[in-house]
Design a protein around this ligand. Structure first.
Ligand SMILES: CC(C)(COP(=O)(O)OP(=O)(O)OC[C@H]1O[C@@H](n2cnc3c(N)ncnc32)[C@H](O)[C@@H]1OP(=O)(O)O)[C@@H](O)C(=O)NCCC(=O)NCCS
Length: 177
């Protein structure tokens, strides 16, 4: 289908465009809550993580990363899991001009598929006021694990809702062939 969104692995050359989209999202939605000093570094995903971008009509319109959870992340503590520790979705955002086109759903599915291939469940947390993101996770059948408080900066904590990906990755959405 013409202009259908496509997801591919992010590479180093994509970072500037990703930061541009993130800036637009921050102004529109207040995500991330605290604008990072070094947004390219904040996008990570760090040494043992992976990241993907969504493109539409030749432009980057969305981003997601899959990372090992930080030691003080709440979501992994709420999931009973087997020998493989869960991985965490982070840095998920979609350009406001490309919303409602299943870009977010495709990015989430790609991250969850990658974790599933390693035998890991995927977890995430979302600020309780991020209604679009909560609607997305619940629409896609992610399991609500509980609520908690997450610390992102010294001396501040925010209320979050935590979710785990559906157990079967085949229930996740697919790209249009
Ligand atoms: C959350 C976000 C990634 C959704 O991206 P998107 O590409 O518009 O989402 P999709 O088109 O894939 O939506 C899939 C489903 O989620 C639900 N959904 C998504 N946005 C919604 C909204 N604003 N209100 C209600 N439901 C919504 C819908 O059910 C939708 O399916 P449907 O249209 O067939 O009913 C996007 O709004 C965003 O970037 N928000 C700001 C950043 C953010 O909050 N990131 C998450 C941090 S945890």
């Amino acid at each position: 289908m013409r202009d259908a969104p496509r997801v591919r692995e992010r590479d180093e050359d994509d970072l500037a465009a990703c930061v541009g989209v993130l800036d637009t999202v921050h102004r529109a939605d207040g995500y991330p809550t605290i604008w990072p000093d070094d947004p390219a570094a904040w996008l990570g995903p760090g040494a043992d993580g992976r990241a993907w971008v969504a493109e539409r009509a030749g432009r980057i319109v969305g981003h997601v990363a899959l990372v090992r959870p930080a030691a003080d992340d709440v979501a992994p503590t709420l999931l009973r899991h087997g020998p493989t520790a869960p991985l965490a979705v982070s840095r998920l955002f979609v350009d406001p001009a490309a919303r409602g086109l299943r870009v977010g759903a495709l990015l989430l599915a790609r991250a969850a598929d990658a974790a599933h291939a390693e035998g890991a469940r995927t977890v995430l947390d979302v600020v309780t006021t991020d209604r679009a993101a909560i609607a997305l996770y619940e629409r896609l059948g992610w399991t609500f694990l509980g609520t908690g408080r997450q610390r992102w900066a010294p001396g501040t904590s925010v209320a979050v809702r935590c979710y785990a990906a559906p157990a079967a990755s085949r229930s996740l959405p697919r790209e249009t062939p």
